[in-house]
Design a protein around this ligand. Structure first.
Ligand SMILES: [Zn+2]
Length: 284
């Protein structure tokens, strides 16, 4: 754990030691962001949708063994550690890395497509860990209703969308004012949050179509519900500001898709990532 007032996580390789660390601000803010008060309207995301889905959201809200705040907080933690763990694997799979440190959310440093591709890959690995976590929670509920699994998968992705927006718009602290960051592609150490959000959504939808085909989750549904949930969250968390406004204003889906495709192509040809994919028998 690092002493810092910034919300951050790190993957370090120092000689033969692999370390993952988070700042104490990460611990405090994660609890603060996903507390009960800010998540009390999440179940309303089902309203105006299919009846079976709104019923499933309501059933989760009423289940005494489940709370959206705990669930979404755990999803963020699973994502953070999954993401950083993948950086550790990348560093160990890369022949030229000796000592190296990866920090999240420091986007002022220099651009390299390799760095962006490694972030792209780490986000996918993190998103997969979160999907596994949701499925475990679903199994733990011991209810045979696949709509309920959807009501976990949408908030799961929303927890990642919400936190990406909070960090990059500089409003992890509620009192901070939104700082708009223009959409960029070939800049800074980390891809733009919208590029990351679309990658996470796209990848999770593909995984759902492969592993849970019966759910028939489409990209459009995933986008609609995660944004609906994010809106309900922000209404409670920062009622005077609307971070989604700038999301809609600035998101250029064609630019983002094109750049994500470029990162994908780079990633599958990168030695470190390629050997990890081969070792795990993942088709790409
Ligand atoms: Zn990273």
């Amino acid at each position: 754990m690092k002493n810092s007032y910034t919300f951050n996580a790190f993957a370090n390789k120092i000689r033969d030691y692999n370390l993952i660390s988070v700042t104490n601000c990460y611990v405090v803010q994660t609890c603060e962001i996903f507390n009960k008060d800010h998540c009390k309207y999440i179940f309303l995301a089902g309203i105006n949708g299919k009846k079976s889905l709104s019923k499933a959201f309501a059933a989760l809200e009423e289940n005494s063994n489940f709370t959206f705040s705990n669930f979404m907080r755990n999803c963020l933690i699973e994502f953070t550690f999954g993401h950083e763990f993948q950086h550790i694997l990348q560093l160990n799979s890369d022949s030229c890395s000796s000592s190296y440190a990866f920090g999240e959310n420091n986007c002022d440093s220099e651009y390299s497509i390799k760095k962006h591709a490694w972030e792209f890959d780490a986000d996918r690995f993190g998103a997969f860990e979160v999907l596994k976590y949701s499925f475990n929670v679903y199994r733990g509920l011991k209810v045979d209703n696949t709509e309920l699994l959807k009501c976990l998968i949408y908030p799961e992705v929303a927890s990642l969308v919400i936190t990406r927006l909070l960090f990059y718009l500089n409003i992890v602290e509620k009192t901070n004012i939104i700082k708009i960051q223009e959409l960029y592609t070939n800049k800074f150490s980390h891809p733009h949050p919208f590029v990351r959000i679309i990658n996470i959504i796209d990848f999770t939808v593909n995984c759902c179509q492969d592993d849970f085909a019966a759910l028939s989750i489409t990209f459009q549904d995933m986008l609609n519900y995660t944004l609906k949930i994010s809106k309900l969250f922000f209404k409670s968390y920062i009622p005077e500001q609307n971070p989604l406004e700038s999301f809609f204003e600035m998101l250029d889906v064609n630019v983002v898709n094109h750049y994500n495709h470029e990162l994908y192509e780079f990633a599958i040809n990168d030695n470190a990532i390629r050997s990890l994919l081969l070792r795990r028998n993942i088709n790409f």
